[in-house]
Structures are given as structure tokens and as C-alpha cells.
Design a protein around this ligand. Structure first.
Ligand code: ADP
Ligand code: MG
Length: 238
């Protein structure tokens, strides 16, 4: 069963149409990467899936359940943003505990989940530190850890590496790939970096101006791009 189904998703801000009808099936445990030029609607689509913005038209299902009007905290979906958005006055432990407490988990359960997430992301030595005492890569690992403790079925990652320098970018990228193999959740990942897309994705979705141009494996897009836009974006010879 496809885990996530988007049917004719449209988004309009006042008179500006941003998404013109997105149809997409995303399978359980799939790593799906969205690419496309700045302003094409990638972040908007993720915000709709997370429930941070209302869908103008169309329907969105998760495991067969219609999600359009389900509250964000009830969707089983966690989002990691480009800028880490950690609380500066809380240490790493408290940052990770915050969202889990909002879910109404017991203190013991929160503690157990943080221990597990910290182990997976190698954050144990950093739990008592404040965000300002961390490197950019460490901060982004904390942001991912904070999402992880909620045990979401779906992770949304919106350009999670774009504020990191090249060395940290490959470090955190490998961490994300490892995490996906370990937890087996569905990941939806936005980037404008072709290397990230080609190395992480089971499936790449190429977007342009609020529409999907093509969906396929990295190899399919590279070898048989649907049009010159996809070819130029993926960097294939066509
Ligand atoms: P991307 O993430 O692909 O760079 P976005 O989804 O952020 O693109 O934005 C797509 C378009 O929607 C842009 O033209 C942007 O200006 C517009 N947009 C995004 N959010 C809002 C908003 N809250 N109000 C009005 N326009 C918005
Ligand atoms: Mg964006």
C-alpha cells in the first residue's frame, strides 16, 4: 500500500496560485527527494503535508486516512527545517524533550526515546550543552534528533544541509542515510543539490513552477529525462 497519496493538491496564497495540482504516491519506507528551482513550491508542499498551512484544493491521505483536516501533532509527521530552530535557552536534552512532552508521553518514555535518538545520532556527549555551544552540523543533528523522538511515520526534511559547510554537509548527509536504513521511516527530502538527490533518493520528484515535471529513480531521470528541463536539472547529457 502506498503510504502517502497526494491527489490534485493545489495551494493559493490570496490571488497567487503556487501549486497547480500535485498527484503523487509515496511508498512505505521510501526516500523521496524533491528538487526544483527556488520558488517552485517545494517548501509549500512540505508545509501542507505537515499541516502547517491549509490545503486549498485536493486531498492528502496517509495510510488510507484523509489528513486534510487532521491537526499537525496528530499526523505522525515530523519536519526538520533548513535553519535548526532550536530553543537557545534550553540545552540539547530539553530541546529534544519539548516536542515529546507535547505529545503527552510520560517522563520515563521521553527519557528512553531521547536516549535512543542520542545514541543513533551520536549526541550523548552533547546532551547538556546549549545550542550556542554546538557546531552547525551538531545543531542540525539535534534538530533531526528532536524529530526522531516523536517517532514519526514520515520525516520531512527541507534543505536540512544548506546552512552547513561542505565537510559537515557530507557528514550529516551520511547520518541521514544511516538513520533512514535504521528506522525505516518514510523520508521526504528537499534539496537543490544534485549530489544529495542522486545519492540519497530512491525516487526523485522534479518540480517546476508548482507542477511535477517527472518522477523516477535517479537512474531513470538521468538516462531518460522527460524533457530538457529535467535533463538540465539532473545534469544528464540530453
Ligand atoms: P521553494 O521552497 O521551492 O523555493 P516555496 O514553496 O517557498 O518555494 O515558495 C513558492 C512560492 O510561493 C514563491 O513564489 C513564494 O513567494 C510563495 N509563497 C510561499 N509562502 C507564501 C506565503 N505565506 N504567502 C505568499 N506567498 C508565499
Ligand atoms: Mg524552500
Amino acid at each position: 500500500m502506498a503510504q502517502l497519496s497526494l491527489h490534485g493538491i493545489k495551494k493559493r496564497f490570496r490571488e497567487t496560485a503556487v501549486l497547480h495540482g500535485i498527484d503523487l504516491e509515496i511508498g512505505d519506507r521510501e526516500f523521496v527527494v524533491f528538487v526544483g528551482p527556488s520558488g517552485c513550491g517545494k517548501s509549500t508542499l512540505l508545509r501542507l503535508i505537515a499541516g502547517l498551512d491549509p490545503i486549498t484544493d485536493g486531498e492528502f491521505f496517509l495510510n488510507g486516512q484523509r489528513m486534510n483536516d487532521v491537526a499537525p501533532s496528530k499526523r505522525g509527521i515530523a519536519m526538520v527545517f533548513q535553519s535548526y530552530a532550536l530553543y537557545p535557552h534550553m540545552d540539547v536534552y530539553e530541546n529534544m524533550a519539548f516536542g515529546a512532552r507535547l505529545m503527552g508521553l510520560s517522563k520515563d518514555e521521553v527519557e528512553a526515546r531521547i536516549a535512543e535518538a542520542a545514541r543513533m545520532l551520536r549526541l550523548e556527549p552533547l546532551l547538556q550543552r546549549k545550542p550556542r555551544e554546538l557546531s552547525g552540523g551538531q545543531r542540525q543533528r539535534v534538530a533531526i534528533g528532536r524529530a526522531l523522538v516523536r517517532k514519526p511515520a514520515v520525516f520531512l526534511l527541507d534543505e536540512p544541509l544548506s546552512n552547513l559547510d561542505a565537510a559537515l554537509r557530507s557528514e550529516v548527509r551520511l547520518e541521514i542515510a544511516r538513520l533512514h536504513r535504521q528506522i525505516g521511516g518514510t523520508m521526504i527530502y528537499v534539496t537543490h543539490d544534485q549530489v544529495e538527490a542522486m545519492t540519497l533518493a530512491d525516487k526523485i520528484v522534479v518540480m517546476n513552477a508548482g507542477r511535477i515535471e517527472q518522477v523516477g529513480s535517479p537512474r531513470e531521470l538521468y538516462e531518460t529525462p522527460a524533457n530538457t528541463f529535467v535533463a538540465s536539472f539532473i545534469g544528464s547529457p540530453r
